[in-house]
Design a protein around this ligand. Sequence first.
Ligand SMILES: O=P(O)(O)OC[C@H]1O[C@H](OP(=O)(O)OP(=O)(O)O)[C@H](O)[C@@H]1O
Ligand SMILES: Nc1ncnc2[nH]cnc12
Length: 241
Amino acid sequence: MYVYKCISIYSPPSPSLSSLSDHHNRRLPCVPLSESNPVVHLRQTRKRRGSFVVSLSATMSACKDQDPRIHGIKTKIRVVPNFPKPGIMFQDITTLLLDPKAFKDTIDLFVERYKGKNISVVAGIEARGFIFGPPIALAIGAKFVPLRKPRKLPGEVISEEYILEYGRDCLEMHVGAVEPGDRALVVDDLIATGGTLCAAMNLLERVGAEVVECACVIELPDLKGRDRLNGKPLYILVEYH
Ligand SMILES: O=P(O)(O)OC[C@H]1O[C@H](OP(=O)(O)OP(=O)(O)O)[C@H](O)[C@@H]1O
Ligand SMILES: Nc1ncnc2[nH]cnc12
């Protein structure tokens, strides 16, 4: 498994302390920006809603056998502080999509892992799982099934609620799209607390599919989302601490 380690730091106006939160406003550990942490280089690129968009170029503590494509992927993911709410460090994959090589490398890495594994369905989670899931499904010869937010699918659905830090959300899947015995891969852009992937796996297992693995481009390991996957394997390309 290729795991890419990186330290992501947002330096607020005071450069002495750095703060990091996830999308749902959960605070991640602070990392001091100092001489003793020389691997992090911050570059202020432009102002946005009273905060700074910071281009993060962190030296990677990469595994020796890491695939060289991972580095290119990592550098194309933009981190946007304070989006969509103050304190959130948003991992923006739209900048990865602007680079055809990095986008293709991302898809290729997943395809190389799942080709020949007899996966019959790729389940993509709204919204960003719809970007990565379909090309993987086409390349490995599997059907693609969208798992959508409530009231978006026109046919009969089954639903699975899940808990976010502030409130609840829900995923739905068309009845009949996945059948007993299907071997499923769940695809999303990012795992934070793991609630979304957990709900997706529940939907698939309720209709008798076997979830083979979950695959995400990015993991926020400090939020321990893996612990909510009931031991199901998770494959990721890039970690943000
Ligand atoms: O591991 P979790 O804590 O459940 O969070 C991960 C989810 O959060 C993001 O989606 P979001 O909820 O922002 O929905 P969106 O893609 O429709 O904007 C992301 O794309 C994952 O689906
Ligand atoms: N920090 C983050 N960036 C993008 N999507 C997210 N989903 C949950 N946390 C997120």
